[in-house]
Design a protein around this ligand. Structure first.
Ligand code: DPM
Length: 392
């Protein structure tokens, strides 16, 4: 909500929502705005769009830029400075540690979290298994490439940049790629369901942490905005999001590390499967764990969150727990951490460190969790702002 001079929220009928300005990002922001409008018909919402560093750097692969908040930083600064009251992100683009003073006020219902195959028009009846040897698959995700190289060693994987519209145009109007791998969620939200030839199952390609869910970030002290967001929080998606992010945070994985998950939330239990891969997919560690969700005396996972968040005393990997579900969220957070610890005990650290070192060998950045080095920034300043980075 509108901030006054000292950064505190005050009651105001106009809510300003920050968003990246790609078509998908705006579609996602409209979804959140419409949900809020439905619950709060009297309020007025304004959407303010901006470009992020990730939208401007187009000549480097995601894993090579080496900054964790590539798609979020400029928006978070606007939030901190009180220019906007909330920001809508794809949850998977939000680092597991947020800047001080900011929280994820709510996670909305997850779209299909799987990855999908979009074929070149000449291959529409094919599947990854039936593509000719040495076909080139476009993806900038080391997570997808590692898992799919393992499964389909006869295919080649190459980076593709640009937002969803740009990528699809690159696929359709040239012969560079036989297919693209994209998150089904983005493709579906763009209204391109008919372009999906194949959904990848957990045995082929486990999805990214947070994939398919939207997160709304706000200032932790802004109780009126937290109250608004509580009304659109989705409990079972929040359960999955917290468990997955706890796993990622404990593994210290980022965009440069092949880390993937598969999560099942029912009324009774949460099952989380997590995996890490070497960049070429030859090494793999996968492990699963589950925990009951219904414990006597606790709110059930399906229970509607009660509105009115008075104070955010505790967050889990930056996420404010839906009201009355603090205990459950604490337990699913512990599950994500335990699963990561199990993977670390089995040797995940060595695999992840080797993957990061291999990435760094091709880039001047030494630590993928650090901001880009001077050499990378020089490359960035040379990059022509011809479009955006990826999708949202
Ligand atoms: C992150 C990754 C990618 C995005 C890495 C990964 C995909 C990069 C690529 C962290 N963010 O998934 O392993 O394929 O080159 C992104 C997309 C969405 C959010 C697009 C996509 C839309 C889906 C969603 C980019 N971020 O993955 O196809 O809401 O989850």
């Amino acid at each position: 909500m509108a901030a006054n001079g000292n950064g505190c929220a005050q009651n105001s009928a106009l809510i300003r929502i920050g968003s990246r300005d790609s078509e998908l990002a705006k579609k996602q922001t409209y979804m959140v705005r419409d949900a809020l409008q439905k619950v709060h018909p009297k309020l007025e919402f304004d959407i303010i769009t901006m470009k992020t560093k990730g939208d401007k750097i187009l000549n480097l692969a995601l894993s090579k830029i080496g900054s964790k908040s590539l798609f979020t930083k400029e928006l978070e600064m606007a939030l901190e400075e009180g220019q906007v009251d909330m920001v809508v992100h794809s949850l998977k683009d939000l680092p597991t540690t947020l800047p001080d003073g900011l929280v994820i006020g709510c996670v909305s219902e997850r779209e299909d979290p799987r990855d999908a195959v979009i074929m070149h028009p000449k291959h529409t009846t094919a599947s990854l298994a039936s593509l000719p040897n040495d076909s080139v698959i476009g993806t900038s995700s080391v997570r997808r490439a590692a898992q799919l190289k393992r499964k389909f060693p006869n295919l080649r994987f190459e980076s593709v940049r640009g937002n969803l519209n740009t990528r699809l145009r690159k696929l359709d109007t040239a012969d560079d790629y036989a297919a693209l791998i994209l998150a089904a969620a983005g493709v579906l939200r763009m209204g391109w369901a008919d372009r999906i030839s194949q959904y990848l199952g957990e045995d082929e390609c486990m999805h990214a942490v947070g994939q398919g869910a939207l997160a709304v970030e706000c200032r932790e002290e802004d109780s009126p905005t937290l109250d608004l967001l509580a009304a659109i929080a989705h409990p079972s998606t929040t359960i999955a999001a917290i468990a997955e992010r706890a796993l990622m945070r404990t593994l210290e994985g980022g965009c440069s590390a092949p880390v993937a998950v598969h999560t099942k939330v029912t009324e009774e239990s949460l099952s989380l499967k997590g995996g890490v891969w070497s960049l070429d997919g030859t090494e793999q560690l996968v492990h699963s764990m589950s925990t009951p969700l219904k414990i006597k005396g606790e709110a059930s996972s399906k229970e509607e969150p009660k509105a009115k968040v008075t104070k955010t005393s505790m967050t889990y990997c930056g996420i404010v727990p839906p009201c009355g579900m603090e205990q459950i969220m604490g337990r699913v957070h512990d599950l994500g951490k335990s699963l990561a610890q199990e993977l670390l005990d089995q040797g995940a650290e060595k695999i992840l460190q080797a993957a990061k070192a291999q990435n760094d060998a091709h880039t001047p950045t030494t630590n993928p969790n650090m901001p880009p080095s001077k050499a990378v920034l020089e490359e960035v300043s040379k990059a022509k702002p011809t479009g955006h980075w990826i999708s949202p």
